[in-house]
Design a protein around this ligand. Sequence first.
Ligand code: ADP
Length: 437
Amino acid sequence: MESDFVWRKQSVNKPLLRKVHIKLTLLCSGITIAILVIMSIFYLYISETNLYINEIHAFKNRTNTFRTNLEQQTIISHEWLLATEVENDCYIELRDNGEDFLFNHRIEHTKRNEIFNTARDNFSSPIINKKQSFEIEATFLYQKQTYVAYLGTFQNKMNQLEYLIIFNTARIEHQIVHQRYIFLGINIVAAIVLFLFSYYFTRHLLHPIRISQENQNQFVACASHELRTPLAVILSCSSAGMKATTEEKNDFLQTIESEGMRMTRLVNDMLLLAKTDNHTLTIKKDLHEPDTLLLNSFEAFEPFAKEKKIKLLISLPDEMIEPCMMDKDRISQVLAILIHNALSYTPINGMVTLSITHSAKYIEYSVADTGIGIPDTKKKEIFKRFYRISEARTDNSHSGLGLSIAFEIVQTHHGSIRVFDTPGGGSTFIVTLPKYV
Ligand code: ADP
């Protein structure tokens, strides 16, 4: 049966990652929102202070204009004062020797009188009868509203009078409240945007960890799956061996030994991959002749090729290739994986050709077979751990880790490994290694 070895999605550590994701989102958005709020409050404070100062400045200017006008008037009429009040949005009271002058005595208005009385209460020293003209300012509260009052004297052509001008700050307060609402709205929208941004940003940040964790989980699942088979065979052989005859016992022991060796290989392969993951794989680079290495691998696999009735050929360049920096054992391991695969996936009477070429900086090993070939869609997949195009076609020496190990070893040598179709059918693996890195 032909079936793809499917990597199962694991969800073992998903709750943990989700917790980390939520915590990171809250931390990220919390900090940025806190900074935003602090900055907004700071801005509002400055803006409100400026608004208030400007408005007070405007009150003061209006009072000065009013005072100048008063000083120039020969006749101060009730209509003029009324028009000035409306124009400047204020209350005006004029007094002569403590008595209402011209304007206020005509108007019976309790609220107005109360405001004037409250304002006067806020000026500490009485100023009546002072000969020199002056002006003082006070701020007071009346019915929860803030007022600014200016009390002063002026000398016009006729006599010296006292004036009291009161401005209501409700307009600024309204402006300030309006501005606060706008900022509140902006901050709420910004907080939502920042939260969403943090959510997606941290998710993106955690993506490699999630992938690595999933890979790790898949690796453990595949490893236990692979180890379970030889273990089951060993256990059944040992229990059957106990009741078997001496002759049968030998067969069972042989199977136990071969399955034990398979497990050892598998565990060694997994340890090697774990070391490459932790970057603890030791590479002992030295100067070695790359063609001699290929020749040794060729000789090692000749009997196996003969047994499988496959023609194993080697093509070496005429001139000697100078020694290159490499870990002899690891590169031999890569060649062994490729040659073993080529011989395993090539049918009887097929051919496997080993060759080496070189340039100034690189050497290139090639293992070409006339075997079953690898579909284009699987050419990337085969370098994944435990990936097998078809489990049915291999013997128990194939666990699906060979090419991933070859890939990691080549990577640690700063090289590359690629696969192409052999012209006429089959696969060709090319390993490129730098000569001196
Ligand atoms: P395995 O131990 O199963 O050979 P590898 O990692 O070495 O694992 O190879 C992964 C898969 O790639 C194999 O199961 C096989 O399907 C495919 N493969 C590898 N080499 C060849 C080859 N020379 N020809 C055809 N298929 C191959």
